[in-house]
Structures are given as C-alpha cells and as structure tokens.
Design a protein around this ligand. Structure first.
Ligand code: ZN
Length: 253
C-alpha cells in the first residue's frame, strides 16, 4: 500500500517537474545524515556535546579561539570522513539532465559540489575554505591542516591574527553574494524541492514560502513533520536518498 502511495506521489512530482520552467532545490543537514554527518541539532549531534554559543559565534572566536578550534577540528574530522550519498548524486543529475537551476544549501560540508552539482548557493558558507579573521587573507585548506598540527588556533602568516573557516557562525550575517544569488533563484523559481531541512533556521527558512507566495509549487522530501508540511503541494515522508534517485529514474523514462 505504502509503495502504491509513493509511486503515485512520484508520478505527480514528475508532472510538476515537467510543467516547471525554473525548478530549484533547497537542502539542509538531513540530506547529509546518510553520508555519516549527524544533524548538529539532533540527539547525538555536535550540539549535544558542545554549546554553540561557546564554540560557534563570532564572539567566541574573538574571546576563546582555542575552544572554537577544538570544536572545528572535531567537525573537520567528521566532514573529511564523509562521502556524498545517492541524494547528492541525484541532485547533480537533476541539474545535468533535467533542468534543475540551482541548489540553495544550508550545509557547509561541500558534498553537493563533490557530487557534481554546479550551481550551488552556499547560504552558510563552506567548511573547506578558510580566511584570516583580521586581514581577510585566504588560506588553503591543506595549509590549515598542517598549521593545526603545530598550534591551535592557526595563525595568519601576514598579520598573525586567527584563521577562521568561511562559514556563518551564529549571530553572523549571511554572505552578501549568497544572499543575492539565493534571492535571484528564489524569485525566478516556479518549483522548489525541499529536503533535509525542518525549517527552523532563519532567515533561510523563508525561501520556500517565498516561492509559494510567487505562485510556485513545493515538493517536500522530509522524514517527519516540518515547518513546511502545511504549504507543501507534494510531501514524501522519506529521506532524500530514498526518493531523489527514484524521481530521477521516473524523469528519465
Ligand atoms: Zn591576517
């Protein structure tokens, strides 16, 4: 019975997709869980071990860079041991062969890019890039990895201030470029695929509503209840790595 229901939802999703001129995708932590990265906010996630206010704010970086970098090292280990999963690969395929116009992601794990997605808006930055918090000098990821073997936090060669990852900490603004690019995609979109995000993090969570207000449709692929369940046109109560490859398969027929 469940399978019949899923198949009919997939047929509807294909119909929506084929009618769409500008489909986009919006992803969050849930899509990377199957890659071995537990959602920071889930039980057992990094926020049950670390207090985000002490290790993931601009203030913490200024006042206690040592604690911040200890947390960052654990995060780096987690991200380095992860690989893109079938959900990431299916999104790359949707872009390559079925007209997906872009992915707006709240994730900093670089897995969409590694799976082959080209148009990726990094709403919260990217953990594989680093820069000096004072002079802004960019620092290669490999170089940072070498530096942290010697000292934490790593220092900038130019001004001896701390190096930080190019990610948005709590209380920090969304990068202007990401904001602008995301607005551009959202404004044009007539269909949005939402997955792996329950919509708790602002301001990213307003994106699907904006598409809806512009007359667009929402296909949601999320296990469990979310902030979007009442506005989704089609809702799969499954993880993305189960549904997205099937959607690609149905679209290819
Ligand atoms: Zn510097």
């Amino acid at each position: 019975m469940q399978d019949d229901k899923q198949t009919s939802l997939l047929h509807r999703a294909v119909e929506f997709w084929k009618q769409s001129r500008f489909p986009i995708a919006f992803t969050g932590a849930g899509i990377s869980v199957a890659s071995g990265i537990p959602d920071f906010r889930s039980p057992g996630g990094l926020w049950s071990k670390y207090d985000p206010m002490k290790v993931a704010t601009g203030e913490a970086l200024r006042t206690n860079p040592q604690a911040v970098w200890e947390f960052l090292m654990e995060t780096a280990d987690l991200l380095q041991s992860s690989e893109p999963n079938s959900g990431h690969f299916a999104l790359a395929k949707l872009e390559e062969e079925h007209g997906l116009q872009g992915v707006i992601t709240q994730n900093v794990d670089n897995l969409h890019q590694r799976a082959g997605s080209k148009e990726v808006v990094e709403y919260h930055g990217n953990f594989e890039r680093f820069y000096c918090q004072k002079c802004g000098e960019k620092e290669e990821s490999e170089r940072v990895q070498e530096k942290v073997k010697e000292t934490i936090p790593p220092y900038c060669d130019k001004c001896y201030s701390f190096i930080r990852p190019d990610v948005v900490f709590f209380g920090e603004a969304i990068p202007a470029y990401a904001m602008q690019k995301s607005r551009e995609l959202t404004r044009k979109a007539d269909l949005i695929l939402i997955m792996g995000t329950s919509g708790e993090v602002s301001p990213a969570n307003t994106i699907p509503r904006e598409v809806k207000m512009n007359g667009g449709k929402i296909i949601e692929i999320n296990k469990g209840m979310t902030y979007y369940h009442d506005i989704s046109d089609i809702r799969f109560d499954n993880p993305a790595e189960d549904i997205l490859p099937q959607l690609v398969h149905f679209l290819s027929q």
